[in-house]
Write a protein of this length. Structure first.
Length: 320
């Protein structure tokens, strides 16, 4: 499939369309939440099939030279870029890495969670690479504390950046293996102004191919015991900029009261505790009691979790 075709498909259709057997995979597990192909090479590649956009991109615009792609409905580069990149790598590689495509990453990583329930361990696995990051050269490690693995990844032309959550946040500690999330060449994610630089996407594919073929050492998962240090330690410096530019977003938050653990007005559907958000622009809230992470989409929260707002003081609307 080419990139435009991937962008036009709904996540369910994409889950149904991807044919891992055509790449030589024999042991395949497909559920409504994920598609997993067991490989024979000690690397796992991960991307998610869902996007945040409510409409499929029926109108797709390309620059004259074909380098830049966008849609007024939202192109969905997050994470259709990652899907395309993995499929391209499977065509290029002469080995079969483990492959995982997930659903519902954008509402808390539910596909990854179900995968973790079903797959307890993978014996021949040295590290995991997810393709679900904006920008050009970012490599994000979340709560992993393994400088040697960071340096290994950076040797291929990436630079360590910081992020909040993606599928490997669940998968890496579960499998006990180090993981990294790489840039995919999309910009302005989660907006209708999102665009994809296909040249950057191809450049990252080439870098990732070289990285994957250097999987001769196992990197175990080593958690940062300070907890949330990948980004909470940088609250002062990060939020003092009052912008999301460092994360690839372009929203100026200077006029908002940005606080690391701001009450959201939503309650946890599991334990009833009020969820805390990372800012008034938070897409997710976390539960300080049970540790759950939940999407704060105004139109989906009550339908998804069957829980209404804890209070009605106008504060929730600023998050929505």
């Amino acid at each position: 499939m080419n990139f435009i075709d991937i962008c036009k498909l709904a996540d369910v259709a994409l889950l149904r369309t991807i044919n891992l057997r055509s790449f030589g995979y024999k042991k395949i597990k497909k559920t409504q939440k994920y598609l997993y192909g067991e490989g024979n090479y000690p690397v796992m590649l991960v991307a998610h099939l869902d996007t945040v956009h409510k409409e499929l991109p029926s109108i797709i615009c390309q620059s004259d030279n074909g380098r830049y792609v966008m849609s007024p409905q939202g192109i969905g580069g997050d994470d259709r870029c990652g899907v395309y990149m993995i499929l391209q790598l499977l065509e290029k590689l002469h080995v079969r890495p483990h492959v995982l495509f997930t659903m519902e990453e954008e509402i808390g990583g539910r596909g990854a969670m179900e995968f973790c329930k079903d797959v307890k361990k993978i014996d021949n696995l040295n590290f995991i690479v997810e393709f679900d990051r904006a920008n050009e050269k970012d490599c994000v490690f979340y709560d992993l504390d393994y400088p040697e693995f960071e340096h290994f990844v950076e040797e291929f032309g990436f630079k360590t950046a910081y992020g909040s959550f993606t599928d490997i946040s669940e998968i890496a500690p579960h499998l006990g293996v180090a993981a990294v999330n790489l840039s995919c060449g999309y910009f302005n994610p989660h907006t209708n102004h999102e665009y994809v630089d296909t040249k950057i996407m191809q450049d990252v594919i080439e870098k990732a191919e070289r990285l994957i073929m250097k999987a001769d050492k196992k990197y175990e998962y080593k958690e940062d015991l300070k907890g949330y240090s990948r980004w909470t330690d940088s609250y002062a410096g990060y939020y003092s900029h009052r912008t999301y530019d460092n994360f690839g977003y372009n929203y100026d938050t200077s006029k908002y009261d940005v606080k690391p653990d701001k009450p959201t007005g939503y309650v946890c559907p599991d334990c009833g505790e009020e969820l805390l958000g990372y800012s008034q622009y938070a897409l997710y809230g976390h539960c300080p009691s049970c540790g759950g992470i939940f999407c704060l989409s105004a139109e989906s929260y009550e339908q998804e979790y069957g829980v209404t707002d804890k209070k009605d003081d106008g504060e929730v609307d600023s998050i929505r």
